[in-house]
Design a protein around this ligand. Structure first.
Ligand SMILES: [Fe+2]
Length: 383
């Protein structure tokens, strides 16, 4: 945590919301400096004052720190540049890498916009004061309150979700029955012994799922459940989600967890080897008859020390526009979050049957449970 920040009673930094106002007043200050110049006060210091706001407002380049690792996003950024003339300069890293970098850079960070692919990490970054909460009626009206940070008393919001992804189950149709794997709980039952494959337990996608399980079942049952998952593993955790899907198709694993967009990517592929994978696997959206499938958010925020706030907000508003939202669905196989956006992704429709029940829990809770979950993973030996 950054001890330099003032905190509100709920632990959130309370200096940030005034940043926009600060920028505006700095511009006003520069104008009065201009008046001084006109009246004969020609000093080097004043000319520096005069140029600083002009740089701050220049929209030519937007520095984007992104954990979105999807090559199809290039078109998304190119369209923004085409529409606004603002060029995007990107730094790519995973969520943890971006948060660490923002912490290290502090107030000298060039970041204007931060994109993360996990709800708990968005929450963590907010708590650590890495975001600049902003007020945007465009974002507030486009994005449902459940998919963005809580709006503060001063009307600002720290981050916004732009797309969702479900954590679903894939299974080997030849060996496993759908009804044996259609809840998260069953993956830990003895009937699935030797079948389960998964990426590392401490990957954000799993940490968020496990954090949501704590919310649904309580910590004791969740720890027992995690122990059951470890007991059922077909192999030690390794690889990414696509590797798990392929390992199910090859017969090495009977069942695995994956984010929905990896699956949709294979469903839409024309490669014969991908078609063969899809042929072999079944897909389940877990917990449809109880609390619903776990859904994570990819989202973004204005960076705390952005020198380009107006352009940063413009970029976030662009991500909430119908065109960009459709792009999340059709380009990267995620579900759009903006109200009333229609999309035409046959894979998303095919695998979910059009609509499915999602869990309803506060994102902040999933974030808060993560320390607890990591300790459980250590205790049960889930690497
Ligand atoms: Fe991913």
């Amino acid at each position: 945590m950054n001890a330099r920040l003032n905190r509100t009673p709920n632990g959130l930094p309370n200096r940030q919301p005034h940043r926009l106002a600060t920028i505006r007043s700095r511009t006003a200050g520069a104008l009065s400096a201009g008046a001084l110049l006109a009246s004969g006060f020609l000093a080097a210091g004043l000319s520096a004052l005069w140029t600083a706001p002009a740089r701050a407002q220049s929209p030519a380049v937007l520095n984007l720190y992104s954990a979105r690792h999807y090559s199809t996003d290039e078109a998304l950024y190119a369209n923004f540049t085409k529409a606004t003339g603002i060029r995007i300069q990107r730094v790519d890293a995973d969520d943890a890498g971006i948060l660490a970098r923002l912490q290290t850079e502090g107030s000298s960070s060039p970041a204007d916009v931060v994109l993360l692919v996990d709800a708990a990490r968005l929450w963590r970054a907010q708590i650590d004061g890495l975001f600049l909460p902003v007020k945007s009626t465009v974002l507030e009206s486009a994005i449902p309150p459940t998919l963005r940070a809580k709006t503060e008393a001063d009307g600002t919001t720290a981050w916004f979700g732009f797309s969702t992804r479900a954590r679903v189950v894939v299974y080997d149709k030849a060996k496993v029955k759908a009804e044996d794997v259609d809840t998260y709980e069953e993956l830990a039952e003895p009937k699935n012994k030797g079948r389960l494959c998964t990426r590392s337990g401490s990957h954000p996608y799993n940490l968020s799922l496990f954090g949501s399980m704590v919310e649904h079942m309580g910590p004791e049952k969740t720890e027992a459940w995690l122990r059951g998952l470890v007991a059922n593993m077909a192999r030690a955790p390794k690889g990414g989600d696509t590797d798990q899907i392929k390992a199910v198709a090859s017969g090495e694993c009977g069942v695995a967890l994956t984010n929905s967009y990896y699956l949709a990517r294979l469903l839409r592929s024309n490669k014969p080897e991908d078609k063969a994978v899809v042929e072999r696997i079944g897909i389940v959206f877990p917990n449809q008859s109880s609390w619903g499938t776990h859904v994570n958010i990819a989202g973004g925020a204005v960076a705390r020390h952005s020198k380009n706030t107006a352009a940063a907000v413009k970029f976030l508003e662009y991500l909430a526009s119908a065109d960009a939202q459709r792009y999340f669905a059709d380009g990267n196989n995620e579900w759009p979050v903006a109200k009333g956006v229609s999309f035409d992704n046959p894979a998303l429709k095919a695998m979910s049957g059009g609509a499915f029940k999602t869990e309803v829990i506060p994102t902040s809770v999933v974030g808060m449970n993560q320390v607890k979950v990591q300790q459980m993973l250590d205790r049960v030996g889930f690497r």
